[in-house]
Design a protein around this ligand. Structure first.
Ligand SMILES: [Zn+2]
Length: 367
């Protein structure tokens, strides 16, 4: 027993020593990186400078595109935060918020580096396409980590994963209501991940953002054996704390929603030490659990009777779909008692598409 104890003490000492050398070595690298040029693709920002440019997605098995980004490399060292807007083509509040943020943050006041992806999916944005790319018809937020030799959406996902996530400490994927969606302001954060520290950071981001509604998302709801699909999960798997948020609805750009989004992002930056100032904490969020989707089983014309944030009881008739001549094909009833998170308001509906997203609001959630 005694010998084993001595051995363990030696082992512990060695582990501490090695740990110290490891931490010193890598923190020196981190400091060194923060004291020099920050590079993404061919875009370089010297310390204390801002740089703008595009990541090129070269032509492959289909046409190419580009991703416009801004790097703000702070005068002082600190973490790297990436904000991604425009993964979906008609979610405009994050896109306009990102543009405004660049005008309001100076490198001099910044500790660390801010990477802003202004519009991740230019093909979808340019064509005003909801959900999917007009080139390959893929939903960019279902195909991470992407493929270097895949279709254009897969190559965008690959580039975001390898050029941007890999250089980040924090990653926020910013979405909102597409033109056909009424949607509440909410976000997803992770719990129950193997690296508890990463989940703590995701929780911290979520509670700094200021969204009223928060979805705790169990980390392994997508098994590790499957591709991540979602950009925030891909970031997590790469050791980057992440959240996905939703701001604004119906593709509208309302000044009060932009202001709220800007306030949230700046508060996150204060919380993680990138900006000076005392951050606020969202002390009374409403957590959403037991999320249910109601999907259409037909192509047809959609009618819905409920609005975002409306509380409905289980079994309530909430809408129906008709054929093109007006005959009712199916009715929709709420599968749970809860609030409407998303409701589609565009008459055009297709088989397999979700019509309603409903969840139970609670003051506390169980992990
Ligand atoms: Zn989206």
């Amino acid at each position: 027993m005694e010998a084993a104890l001595v051995f363990n003490k030696k082992k512990d000492f060695l582990q501490v020593l090695l740990g110290f050398i490891f931490v010193s070595f890598f923190s020196n690298i981190l400091v060194a990186q923060n004291n020099k040029t920050f590079t993404v693709g061919s875009i370089e920002a010297d310390q204390g400078e801002m740089a703008k440019g595009s990541l090129s997605i070269e032509k492959g098995i289909d046409e190419g595109t580009f991703i416009p980004i801004t790097i703000i490399n702070g005068a002082k060292s600190g973490p790297v935060l990436t904000l991604v807007a425009g993964i979906h083509g008609t979610e405009y509040v994050p896109i306009i918020t990102a543009q405004k943020l660049v005008k309001e943050i100076t490198p001099d006041e910044l500790s660390g580096t801010l990477i802003i992806v202004h519009i991740a999916n230019i093909p979808a944005f340019s064509s005003r396409s909801d959900y999917s790319s007009p080139i390959d018809y893929k939903n960019l937020n279902r195909i991470f980590p992407g493929k270097i030799d895949g279709t254009v959406s897969e190559r965008i996902a690959f580039t975001l994963s390898n050029e941007i996530m890999s250089k980040s400490d924090y990653y926020i994927d910013m979405h909102g209501g597409e033109f056909n969606e009424r949607i509440i302001d909410y976000l997803y954060f992770y719990y129950g991940c193997p690296d508890g520290d990463l989940c703590k950071k995701s929780y911290q981001l979520a509670h700094a953002m200021g969204n009223k509604y928060l979805f705790p998302d169990k980390y392994n709801s997508v098994p590790d054996s499957l591709p991540s699909g979602y950009s925030d999960l891909e970031a997590f798997r790469r050791g980057v704390a992440s959240i996905t948020l939703e701001w604004g609805d119906q593709g509208a750009v309302k000044p009060e929603e932009i202001d709220k989004a800007l306030k949230g992002i700046k508060n996150v930056m204060k919380t993680i030490g990138m900006l000076e100032g005392k951050p606020f904490i969202n002390e009374n969020p409403v957590y959403l659990i037991n999320e249910k989707l109601v999907n259409s089983n037909y192509d047809g014309i959609l009618f819905t009777f409920v609005d975002r944030a409306q509380y409905i009881t289980k079994g309530t008739l909430i809408g129906y779909t008709t054929d093109y001549w007006g005959n009712v094909l199916e009715e929709y009833h709420s599968p749970i008692s809860g609030i409407v998170v998303v409701v589609k308001i565009c008459p055009s509906i297709n088989k397999g598409e979700s019509v309603f997203r409903i969840a139970e609001p609670v003051d506390e959630y169980k992990e």
